[in-house]
Design a protein around this ligand. Structure first.
Ligand code: TRP
Length: 453
């Protein structure tokens, strides 16, 4: 497969991977999971998961992807011919497909909020008003569906036209811009009245609240936010150059991703406590809290409020787009390379499948609310099964594959670029992949099943 594309520059590699990692997972999912699980203690456990599970498994995905230079299912097939390991790749493709199917709904919500911000209809409302606006919107049978459709088409367009180059180039400006805006908003949010209560919620851990749900939630969030456990970064690494420094890239991506998530927390919680929104509101948290920040901080300057909120939702939509592209690419590359479909045909299948499932998930938040499974709506069911079961399971297998199955020579060559880099953490990496990650993931799963009483 010598004619496969390559990421151009070093910065391109980091931006593409960070673009996949940074998205709604950081800005939308991280705050609501933190809120659901009691705050600071959850964050600490989350940080441990990023360090102990996330970094080594990201390295493993990078090594597997670059070594095989194939889509994720093909990667395992090539590196372990004739063994059942290929199912790890296939499980990943399925996870990617399911995640994309509900991720594009929330991505669609950001488009609705772009329109609302642009038309000024978010101005002048109070907290109750924002809650009402959001609930009316998501339970409407048409509008969210329309937006998810638009968002999937945007993703499809990028995948088919191969305009990654354009995205790569524009991310160089947009990602730093998003970062600066997040900093500004965090500053605004922290200066709201009563913000200190939100800060306490974020920073003062209460370990008495930690239970198996918190552990599983933090682990799932780490996988979700870092795009791990399903071959997403493995697929991207298959386009990396041979001189890409894998350990450094992994470290940078994890850092950027974590900082963005913490910043999102610093925006959401002070504001939520300030206007009296419960932090455990679930998926609506971002969309009902953020308009308050704009309203409260810039209410006296309506034009500035409109411009800043517009800019924010546009950047959020773009951050979501670089993530949906990475999810779409996993499934498309799989169908394209494993079944000899043309890229366009493969992409069409993925897009139409995701739109169909996405419509069902979206309706499950409104007119389909009564249809639940295990007490969860279809939307929540997709989120829970993928993030809390399929991704950690995928991560477990990836760690076992790289730690035990893969030839140590290959691991060394990939980690050190055939000995040209000094990798001080090599032994630590092997230890983490062989023992720490598998044991931690298994224990958290067993704890969830209440094996320990
Ligand atoms: N990490 C992205 C986010 O935080 C979402 C995402 C992209 C993802 N690719 C993934 C999640 C692969 C899990 C697996 O928004």
């Amino acid at each position: 497969m010598n004619n496969r594309a390559n990421f151009g520059s070093k910065l391109g590699v980091i931006l593409a991977s960070a673009g996949s990692a940074v998205g709604l997972g950081n800005i939308w999912r991280f705050p609501f999971e933190t809120g659901n699980h009691g705050g600071a203690a959850f964050i600490l456990i989350y940080l441990c998961c990023v360090l102990v599970l996330g970094l080594p498994i990201m390295m493993a995905e990078f090594m597997i992807g670059r070594r095989s230079r194939a889509n994720t299912a093909g990667a395992y097939r090539l590196l372990s011919k004739g063994t059942p390991w290929k199912w790890v790749g296939r499980l990943g493709v399925l996870s990617g497909f399911l995640i994309l199917s509900y991720y594009c709904i929330v991505a669609g919500w950001t488009l609705e909020y772009i329109v609302q911000a642009a038309t000024g209809s978010l101005a002048g409302q109070d907290a109750e008003g924002f809650i009402h606006t959001f609930n009316t919107f998501v339970s409407n049978p048409w509008r969210p569906v329309l937006w998810l459709f638009v968002f999937m088409l945007l993703t499809h367009f990028v995948i088919v036209k191969g305009v990654e180059k354009g995205i790569e180039r524009s991310s160089k400006i947009l990602m730093p811009l998003l970062f600066i805006l997040l900093l500004v908003l965090a500053g605004c949010s922290i200066s709201l009245p009563n913000a200190s209560e939100g800060l306490r919620f974020l920073l003062q851990p209460d370990f008495s609240k930690v239970d198996s749900q918190v552990l599983l939630g933090a682990m799932g969030q780490a996988f979700f936010s870092l795009s791990l456990g399903m071959g997403c970064l493995c697929t991207y690494a298959s386009y990396f150059r041979n001189d890409t420094n894998l350990p450094r890239t992994a470290f940078n991506v994890a850092m950027i991703d974590t900082i963005v998530a913490i910043l999102a927390g610093l925006i959401i919680f002070p504001a939520a406590f300030s206007v009296g929104i419960q932090p455990d509101k679930g998926p609506s948290l971002l969309f009902i809290t953020l308009p308050n920040v704009f309203q409260q901080a810039f209410g006296s300057m309506p034009l500035l409020a409109t411009l800043l909120s517009l800019l924010f939702y546009i950047l959020l939509a773009l951050a979501a787009l670089t993530s949906t592209i990475s999810l779409h690419e996993v499934v498309t590359a799989y169908l394209h390379e494993e079944f000899q479909l043309s890229r366009t045909k493969a992409a069409r299948l993925v897009t139409s499948g995701c739109i169909t499932l996405g419509i069902l998930c979206s309706l499950s938040l409104g007119i389909g609310k009564e249809y639940t499974l295990f007490g969860l709506t279809l939307f929540d069911l997709f989120d829970t099964t993928t993030a809390k079961i399929m991704l950690p399971l995928g991560g477990l297998f990836i760690a076992l594959f790289a730690g035990w199955y893969l030839d140590k020579q290959i691991v060394w060559e990939e980690a050190s670029n055939h000995g040209t880099l000094k990798v001080h953490t090599y032994r630590l990496l092997l230890f983490a992949l062989r023992y720490v990650a598998p044991v931690c993931i298994t224990l958290i799963f067993l704890d969830q099943l209440e094996v320990f009483g």
